[in-house]
Design a binder for this molecule. Structure first.
Ligand SMILES: [Zn+2]
Ligand SMILES: [Zn+2]
Length: 588
């Protein structure tokens, strides 16, 4: 069953495999009730309600695969036909989910379309392959089994979803599986635990990461870098509190329009206060704290600001989706005539950051209004919107960054440029949004005194090139597979004395590194050298220094590097100079 027409042969293969999967499940439990079985990226799934007492686990998936392979070999044909609503209801009288779908299709005035493969008939809009001989039986795999609510609604019954992947040929499947394996190895939740970067606690709550000392070093290094960069680009730093009186969100329109993103208010001396879901309104109050002159503009206020947004527990995902996060935020108040130039500067900043981090592939989706449906979803008048969309496009065109336009993707108060970055293994994450906002200045009555002495309204650019600490660090863990470049590594150098006699010299080296602000650790435990090296490799430490008799005699160190070949024997001063240079340049 699928509501959307397929558009390619591989889609038809995936879709047909979903039907074959349903056939295989029915063969094992003929009382299973069928829900839906659509195609998804790289594959397909089917949702089932098994009969009482019947269970399937991941270990059973090969059994199902075997049955599907057996069908494929039989060259089963897929035949399309239609049925009257009476016949359809009769045929599916024991299939409650299909009956619900049939009713819905009839309600929409559409035809009831079916596909038959062997004895199996499914309600289905198509399309399909003509016969199973079009499927390469070595190019599909059932990958996982999970719970899923009927129609994705947690008020409904929990069904069992079986996922599969399928490709044109085995080589493509193998490539995909290899990539998946690599992605699993790099999973930030797994590495975050192994490398002791962050943790979660039941007592604190889901979606609320606790940053461990090593993870905090990465956060702090990113923040230091962002603040240095912002200073160079003419930003000033501010700090605002995590809560606010209700009044502020009545002005911004978060109340009542975005109440579902907010946590319930807290009562402070009889007054309602909210946790902030974004930093903008607080920052606007800083703008408003005095009369602004055109001479001050563009005024760029930056803050690594903590925000809290309501997320359903089912959508939380490690550091990637949390209930509280700290944003690399800034708001630029700019004269209308300087907006494009300023927006281009913001885009330059993106490029600089991503170049340093070795993020080669990133793109922008520009969300504009849905032209056919300009209704009260969008605040502000038509003229304002056209202006904002035109200026944003102009800035993007001039900066020569590739972008696609997405109709209907705008925020309620303006067009937004969503930035998606791609990790070294091709996993994509939306990292942040830049927005040109002509609406909030009106709501907050923001003004500046222009050259001619008249009061004018500035435009606002909201920007967050490094997204949030949570998402950025999560991304970087996967991007670097935990092997951070020197400047971001929580421990930059480990010193490994071979035996007791070498500990004093090792300590001397350790102190020299510390004096030079290099994060060093001395492993003077009574273990073998190979064990110490192994441990350092697990921790993905960039450099290990081996200290033994030879090193002491020559007053040198032996350097073992994580990424390159051995540096061999070195003078400690030369080594420190090299490290300091790489840290300062944030070398990859
Ligand atoms: Zn179908
Ligand atoms: Zn903002």
């Amino acid at each position: 069953m699928k509501s959307k027409k397929s558009d390619s042969k591989i889609d038809n293969i995936r879709h047909s495999l979903a039907h074959l999967l349903a056939m295989a499940v029915l063969e094992m439990d003929n009382k299973t009730k069928l829900a839906i079985g659509p195609t998804i990226e790289n594959g397909f799934y089917y949702d089932f309600q098994f009969s009482d007492g019947f269970k399937l686990t991941k270990e059973d998936l090969p059994k199902l695969e075997k049955k599907i392979k057996h069908y494929i070999k039989q060259n089963i044909e897929f035949k399309h036909f239609e049925m009257s609503s009476y016949d359809a209801r009769e045929k599916f009288k024991n299939e409650p989910y299909k009956l619900e779908l049939i009713d819905k299709i009839i309600e929409c005035g559409e035809k009831l379309s079916f596909y038959q493969s062997g004895d199996f008939i499914d309600l289905c809009a198509g399309e399909h392959i003509t016969s199973t001989k079009e499927i390469d039986q070595n190019a599909f795999k059932l990958t996982s089994i999970a719970g899923a609510y009927w129609r994705g609604d947690e008020k409904n019954k929990m069904l069992t979803r079986i996922y599969g992947v399928a490709f044109e040929n085995k080589a493509k499947l193998d490539e995909y599986m290899k990539m998946q394996e690599e992605a699993e190895k790099r999973d930030h939740r797994k590495l975050g635990k192994e490398l002791e970067l962050f943790t979660f606690s039941d007592e604190v709550g889901a979606g609320l990461p606790l940053w461990l000392p090593k993870g905090t070093i990465i956060r702090n290094e990113l923040e230091k870098w962002a603040k240095e960069t912002e200073k160079k680009f003419g930003y000033q730093h501010i700090v605002t509190p995590h809560i606010t009186k209700k009044k502020l969100y009545e002005i911004s329109g978060h109340l009542p329009y975005f109440k579902e993103d907010l946590y319930s208010p807290i009562d402070i001396e009889g007054e309602e206060y909210y946790l902030k879901p974004m930093n903008c309104p607080h920052t606007h109050m800083i703008y408003k704290s005095k009369t602004r002159s055109y001479r001050e503009l563009p005024l760029r206020f930056a803050e690594y600001g903590s925000v809290y947004r309501f997320e359903r527990s089912g959508t939380l995902h490690g550091l990637m989706r949390t209930r509280g996060f700290c944003q690399n935020d800034a708001h630029i108040y700019v004269q209308p005539e300087k907006t494009v130039e300023e927006f281009i500067n913001v885009l330059k900043m993106h490029k600089y950051y991503y170049d340093i981090l070795g993020i080669k592939d990133w793109r922008i989706t520009l969300g504009v209004r849905n032209k056919e449906n300009i209704n009260d979803k969008y605040h502000g008048d038509n003229e304002m919107w056209e202006k904002a969309e035109e200026l944003t496009k102009l800035a993007l065109d001039k900066s020569e960054i590739k972008y696609v336009i997405e109709e209907g993707g705008a925020a309620h108060y303006g067009p937004k440029a969503d930035i998606v970055i791609k990790s070294a293994i091709g996993k994509e994450y939306a990292i942040g949004t830049d927005q040109l906002d002509l609406y909030m200045p009106k709501r907050f009555n923001l003004i500046y005194i222009d050259k001619d002495g008249k009061e004018k309204m500035p435009y606002i650019i909201h920007r967050a090139p490094l997204g949030s600490h949570e998402r950025m660090v999560g991304f970087l863990i996967e991007h670097f597979a935990g092997a951070f470049p020197l400047w971001l590594s929580p421990v930059q150098v480990k010193i490994l004395p071979i035996a007791d006699a070498h500990k004093d010299y090792a300590k001397e080296i350790f102190e020299k590194l510390e004096e030079n602000n290099i994060r060093a650790e001395l492993n003077d435990e009574n273990e073998t050298l190979s064990k110490k090296i192994r441990q350092g490799k697990i921790e993905k430490v960039p450099y290990m220094l081996i200290i033994g008799d030879k090193e002491i005699a020559e007053k040198k160190i032996t350097v073992e590097s994580r990424d390159k070949k051995d540096f061999g024997s070195q003078n400690i001063e030369t080594f420190i100079e090299k490290l300091k240079k790489d840290i300062a340049n944030r070398t990859l």
